[in-house]
Design a protein around this ligand. Structure first.
Ligand SMILES: *Cc1c(COP(=O)(O)O)cnc(C)c1O
Length: 474
């Protein structure tokens, strides 16, 4: 363990680029060459192998030029707790397997509940936002079908719908499929120009469902959409849901860090009206993967996932079994990491980190807006930057083709990692900023690499087009 710590510390100290330029083919070959059937080589040797094989090729999320996805740098107390929980190997399922772990997880869930404005919260840690959303919608489905069985239950299930926006995470639609809802169960509510759910359009959709004899099973709003990083108007949506008595789910996988933000907590106003909330601590609480939770306003809803087994949690068991609230059985003790962060670093300092990242995004937006060759495409509440390389005179089509090429060329170099997505039907580049220690100048330098790569690719393309035209003319 001590040697592993030393090696990883040495690697961190030596990181120069967020990734390497080794080709995918080479990486696949190196891994294929590992002999998994040979006699064991022992601890020292295996650490050397891991160092050489894996650490030398890792993608480093803390690097200032890692700008691609929702991966955060880490709070070191949580990393230490990760080692502790791996060594102790607690499974937080039944009480007799976890004892104090049960109470630690419960305390963390109720702390989060307190921040959300749920005095009687319950919930459970999960493997990620995808699973948290699935479980939220599963509980909402069970609430909508409660008391029914057989053909009646099956018939009603086919009438259930989920109202969300086209900007919500794909796990919402995937959950609908997994839950056996009808093919057209997910309805997109219109968004305003900035990508936020329009509460008036939600009313209209709910009226339309009534007219079709369909049942609104849940409204799934997003607090921090994955692309634009905007927060749906939670208070207004919550009011509609309360009026219509519809399950209000908030996917705050990305936006959950706002809960501890000294300056931006107001962006989550209205979240206390939700019945279920998804939070990814491995995005904006600087936790190692995995750490997520589904938190419920009413403890009674947690029981909708309960299932009994004689060998585990028999019906007559009076013990506080976390497995009763989870889709998983054997389950990681991720709550310990969040405890380590809240005690070691403190909630307020975490919140300042979140604010710093959002301040950084504001500065980077200004850099892009002022750049001659780059176009800033959307505003954000959180920390994404959506943009395109398109100097005056470059046609839309050419700029669009370059998006994927620029991303790929940079990724192959290992020097700057950016993501791509589609906004209003056109491809664009995307940065997700999550490192509070990154400076705007560092991101500006990465943007120059983006522009430089685009310029080169564009010139090359134009050259090729000219050659083709010449050839045709001849
Ligand atoms: C990342 C994300 C998810 C999925 O979370 P995972 O932890 O990757 O499973 C869900 N919703 C939103 C809004 C996200 O940004």
């Amino acid at each position: 363990m001590a040697e592993a710590t030393e090696r990883i510390a040495a690697r961190f100290a030596a990181v120069e680029t967020p990734a390497t330029s080794t080709s995918a083919r080479e990486l696949a070959e190196r891994v294929a060459a590992v002999d998994l059937d040979a006699p064991g080589v022992g601890g020292e040797e295996v650490l050397r192998e891991i160092d050489e094989l894996v650490l030398s090729e890792a993608v480093w999320y803390h690097h200032p030029a890692y700008l691609a996805h929702l991966n955060c740098p880490l709070d070191v107390h949580a990393v230490a707790a990760e080692a502790v929980l791996a060594a102790v190997n607690t499974s937080v399922d039944t009480y007799d397997q976890s004892r104090i772990g049960t109470f630690v997880e419960r305390r963390l869930i109720s702390w989060v509940g307190g921040r959300l404005g749920f005095p009687a919260a319950d919930g459970v840690f999960t493997s990620g936002g995808t699973q948290s959303n699935l479980q939220a919608l599963f509980l909402a489905r069970e609430a909508a079908l409660s008391g029914l069985a057989g053909a009646q239950r099956a018939a009603r299930q086919q009438r259930l719908t989920i109202l969300t926006t086209a900007e919500s995470h794909f796990s919402i639609a995937k959950s609908a499929l997994l839950l056996g809802l009808a093919d057209d169960a997910v309805r997109s509510v219109a968004v305003d120009a900035s990508g936020r759910m329009d509460p008036a359009a939600l009313q209209t959709e709910l009226d339309a469902l009534d007219a079709e004899d369909r049942i609104p099973m849940a409204v799934a709003a997003t607090a921090g959409t994955t692309d634009r990083g905007v927060v749906d108007p939670l208070a207004a949506i919550g009011a509609v849901c309360r009026d219509r008595q519809v399950w209000f789910h908030v996917d705050a996988a990305y936006g959950c860090g706002l809960l501890v933000s000294p300056r931006r907590r107001h962006l989550l106003d209205g979240i206390d009206q939700a019945r279920s909330v998804t939070l990814d601590f491995h995005k904006t609480f600087f936790q190692p993967v995995s750490s997520s939770a589904l938190v419920l306003r009413d403890a009674a809803d947690a029981g909708r996932a309960r299932w009994h087994a004689d060998y585990l949690n028999p019906e007559d068991s009076a013990e506080p079994n976390q497995v009763d609230k989870s889709l998983q059985t054997t389950r990681r003790f991720d709550a310990l990491k969040l405890l380590a962060t809240l005690r070691g670093t403190g909630a307020e300092a975490i919140g300042r980190g979140v604010d710093a990242v959002i301040d950084l995004a504001e500065d980077v937006h200004a850099v892009v807006a002022a750049h001659e060759e780059l176009q800033l495409l959307a505003a954000t509440d959180l920390s994404t930057v959506l943009f395109r390389w398109q100097p005056a005179g470059v046609a839309d089509h050419d700029a669009d083709v370059l998006v994927g090429q620029v991303r790929q060329v940079l990724q192959e170099s290992g020097r700057v990692l950016v993501a791509r997505t589609v906004l209003d039907g056109r491809p664009c580049l995307k940065l997700t900023l999550l490192n509070p220690e990154t400076a705007a100048e560092q991101v500006a330098a990465s943007l120059e690499e983006v522009a430089g790569a685009a310029r080169l690719l564009h010139a090359h393309r134009a050259g090729v087009d000219d050659a083709v035209a010449e050839e045709a003319a001849r």
